[in-house]
Design a binder for this molecule. Sequence first.
Ligand SMILES: C[S@@+](CC[C@H](N)C(=O)[O-])C[C@H]1O[C@@H](n2cnc3c(N)ncnc32)[C@H](O)[C@@H]1O
Length: 280
Amino acid sequence: MTTPKADPAQWKTVDEGWGRQVADFATLSEPSNCREYVYVHHRLGVDDGDRLLDVACGSGLSIELAGLRGATGAGLDASPRLVAVARDRNPGCDIRVGDMSALPWDEGSFDVATSFRGIWGTTPAAVAELFRVLRPGGRLGMTVWGHLKVSPGVWSLAPFTLATTEKIGNQAAMVSLGRPGAGEQLLEAHGFTAIERAAVPFAFEFADPELYARALASTGPAHEAIQNVGEAEFRRVAVELAQAQVRDGLPLRAQLNVVAYLARKPLAGQPDPDAGDDVS
Ligand SMILES: C[S@@+](CC[C@H](N)C(=O)[O-])C[C@H]1O[C@@H](n2cnc3c(N)ncnc32)[C@H](O)[C@@H]1O
């Protein structure tokens, strides 16, 4: 697999895209992801006493849900404004601003590591870091976009194509980890074992086209489109697309294909007895 290279300093500018409408992102966009958080935590068997790190943690809803299962949560995100919300939602948790390619924790600090659509084809160094900070036998769960073009809800991402051709090309490289074999190969190359691919339940739901457009506008890829065509045009296109999807008496719903990779760091110095088994 050829791996597109990310600009090493790029993470410092991420806040502009993901943090500029932080309250909208935290309350209108992130809650739609709860199905994938619940699913991955369940598959990893997140439980009392687990030290769990969520990388690219956004506004921290996944850490809050892991806490409800008894885990002690930690998190890291490049956006200071998202981290402020994550800390507000998770008092006492160790949540830091930083780059997932250089995690500020010691080797073996965590029992469980997760990342929800935060690790991309363009950020392979983050996988090496997750391996390092997991203890031997530690469990990994990461999700990436699956085959979006065949997803029933692909219409909901169409406004992102209002970005420049260059930005759209980069978005395509970013989602390349969902292709069959791509994530498995990346995880195996970094030493993970018991690697499993699973289909994840994922759906955006909104009360009406205007709320959908507002939620979508708060995301990073939307920012790239807005820089190209302006916010009013972005929202106009989004509302128009969503109006065609309205169903009488039901919320707007966009089901999207998401893939989870579940894996384990082998036990030190010996063959992993759990290799090939479920990671939970
Ligand atoms: C698709 S969002 C996912 C956020 C969250 N996991 C969720 O489920 O909503 C991608 C996240 O990655 C963060 N991010 C981007 N580059 C990063 C980097 N190099 N290091 C840490 N976080 C990064 C962004 O700030 C954003 O919160």
